[in-house]
Design a protein around this ligand. Sequence first.
Ligand code: 6PG
Length: 245
Amino acid sequence: MKNLKQYKEKKDLLNTLAQYLCDFSEEAINDHGQFNLVLSGGNSPKALYRLLASNAYKNKIDWKRTYFFFGDERFVPEENVERNSRMAKQTLFTPLRIPTSHIFAVDTSESPEKTAENYTETIVTHFKGNPIAFDCILLGLGEDAHTASLFPNTSVLKETNAEVVSVYVKKLNSYRITMSAPLINAAKHIVFLVFGQSKAKAVFHVLYDKKGSAQHYPAKLIHPEKGELFWFVDAEAMEYSNMKK
Ligand code: 6PG
């Protein structure tokens, strides 16, 4: 089930999404005593993370019962400016004084393959052997319609196991660590957060281009098995779709 929510004003989008996250956290904590949240990287979520850490929302989520994971990570050392975990630390973890015991960052000190195996193991251990189903996974969208680090024409798009995998991304000349589509699709709530005109064609291809393949537009792979899918998109990112639909 896809919920498409488009907003002219970024602040309206962010406040609505922040409230959804509060609701998801309450539902999760009431159900199983914790809120397992997967963060996305890049620039789009920074304003959301800052808003969640602001006076408006910092007391609306039980952070003591919230556990943070990453949908993907760049294969670089922890303090590298490219790290998604470094961005999350600056915008969310430090302002909210989240203890490291609640943050599951990707340890990139071993090979890409071993890193992915270790992160999968970390997740399995956290879920205590129960089926892995994150309460909420935040995702961004690249101009090439990648999401997490599921890039077009890469081998990881064919991954059928719900696990974390490593992938060499030729066009970036770098390795990435990413949750596979099946692992993302096992989540209870999946939320795309997309801003800006530069993403408009990618949004159209993913949401409305029936001929387009997931190989070319990987975000097409994201369909929750049992959960809900949300798209929070600003007017600029919807421009092309609204014109073509
Ligand atoms: C990453 C992200 C990636 C991101 C998109 C959009 O590691 O970069 O996980 O999937 O969400 O590339 O990035 P922007 O929000 O910076 O446009």
